[in-house]
Design a protein around this ligand. Structure first.
Ligand code: SF4
Ligand code: SF4
Length: 176
């Protein structure tokens, strides 16, 4: 497989500095609304801050890959004396929770590092410096990437089957 240079974008999270203000969720959902900045809905953000006030837990996690099946494990983490619930660190859109789904359609959401922006907006607007953005170049094997539309279609096909999706599209196209 051919090797290509790829820009690797990383956001480092220093959860110790997070106070759960949720500005990151607000700005992410605003930027990704259509048209951009037309609405705010943190449920549509591609970053989620897990908060347990009594346990002093504030944990920002970014939306990652869609998965059609939930995992069997329910790991527990204890860090600096704080116990984190199952799935706290998981970035997947999976059937066992509503997280990282577009609220109206249920389609999976994934952090795209604010494509087209010089710097991710959640990083820019986190005034507590929890999030730090870094870029580097790496040589990697070329793999065809799924775009947002293909990822969404794959999720629908996994849920309803290719035949049903095809029938629904044909029905809709007859109406329009
Ligand atoms: S904006 Fe920063 S401090 Fe506020 S919830 Fe997000 S990561 Fe935490
Ligand atoms: S980098 Fe952009 S898309 Fe990703 S969580 Fe932050 S604001 Fe949302």
């Amino acid at each position: 497989m051919a090797k290509i240079k790829k820009k690797i974008k990383t956001i480092k999270v220093n959860a110790d500095k997070c106070n759960g203000c949720r500005t990151c969720e607000v700005v992410c959902s605003a930027f990704h609304s259509k048209p951009a900045y037309s609405s705010i809905n943190p449920a549509a953000a591609r970053i989620h801050v897990t908060t347990h006030r009594l346990k002093d837990i504030w944990l920002p996690v970014f939306a990652g890959e869609y998965t059609p099946a939930e995992c069997n494990g329910r790991d527990q983490y204890t860090i600096d004396g704080k116990q984190y619930d199952e799935c706290s660190f998981c970035r997947a859109t999976c059937p066992s929770r509503d997280l990282f789904r577009e609220p109206d359609t249920g389609l999976p959401l994934k952090c795209d590092m604010c494509e087209g922006q010089e710097k991710p907006l959640c990083v820019e607007w986190c005034l507590n410096e929890v999030l730090t953005y870094e870029e580097r170049e790496e040589e990697v094997e070329e793999v065809p990437a799924l775009n947002e539309l293909e990822a969404g279609l794959n999720a629908l096909i996994d849920k309803y089957g290719l035949e049903n999706i095809g029938t629904a599209v044909a029905r809709i196209s007859q109406r329009s």
